[in-house]
Write a protein that binds this ligand. Structure first.
Ligand SMILES: CC(C)(COP(=O)(O)OP(=O)(O)OC[C@H]1O[C@@H](n2cnc3c(N)ncnc32)[C@H](O)[C@@H]1OP(=O)(O)O)[C@@H](O)C(=O)NCCC(=O)NCCS
Length: 186
């Protein structure tokens, strides 16, 4: 682009990404993504990368069984992921959102929004009425994302190490399954 010319040149780049669920056999990819997220944003998550790196293959197999994992992909690369977990014993109408992370070079392009929508649609299809999550009170960016998408604070919070986690919840009633490619224009 010639920046010195008088007539402005507008460059529009179109990127797109897809959300899909991880297959059971993809536990090594899940491990890779988790370690990437923990390395990049340790302040956002509970476990340390050191502890998570030592987990055995059976732990990752178990994670594949316990949660439905959604990954965002652009081309052949992974740019984000999130999970929905099975019902908690005392909240049968509820599913839980966890492990949301988006690669820094893909932030503010709606990737988290689409991952959360995918988890919420999965929860609705799984007969849930609501989707809950825990987020560190210091994580203003994530809280903003959650509020923008309809989550509200429940008023519950709990300590985690030296930090405080707050619980948020959103209704998923009336949602439809969602899949496909998500174009984002800049
Ligand atoms: C939080 C995070 C997942 C957001 O991902 P993202 O793909 O950039 O979010 P989106 O582009 O879908 O944002 C949706 C809306 O949330 C809000 N939002 C997103 N990032 C924000 C930020 N850093 N500050 C303030 N608001 C923000 C905006 O309103 C945005 O809409 P807009 O861009 O049209 O204004 C990402 O920053 C991240 O991975 N952070 C580190 C890990 C983390 O904190 N995970 C959550 C653990 S609970």
């Amino acid at each position: 682009m010639n920046r010195t010319s008088e007539s402005a040149t507008v460059v529009v780049v179109t990127h797109s990404f897809e959300i899909r669920t991880l297959e059971h056999g993809e536990w090594a990819l899940l491990r890779q993504l988790r370690l990437r997220a923990l390395r990049e944003a340790p302040e956002a998550f509970g476990p340390s990368v050191r502890r998570e790196r030592l987990r055995t293959a059976s732990y990752w197999h178990e994670q594949m069984n316990l949660c439905r994992w959604f990954v965002a992909e652009a081309g052949r690369g992974q740019i984000g992921f999130a999970a929905g977990s099975a019902p908690l014993a005392d909240h049968v109408d509820e599913r839980h959102l966890l492990s949301l992370w988006v690669s820094p070079d893909w932030r503010r392009r709606g990737v988290a929004r689409q991952l959360i929508e995918a988890v919420a649609s999965w929860a609705a299809a799984d007969s849930a009425r609501s989707l809950s999550l825990w987020v560190f009170e210091q994580n203003k960016a994530a809280i903003n994302v959650y509020e923008r998408l309809g989550f509200t604070g429940t008023g519950h919070s709990k300590p985690f190490d030296s930090r405080q986690e707050m619980r948020m919840i959103m209704s998923v009633l009336g949602r439809r399954p969602e899949t496909g490619t998500h174009p984002a224009e800049f």
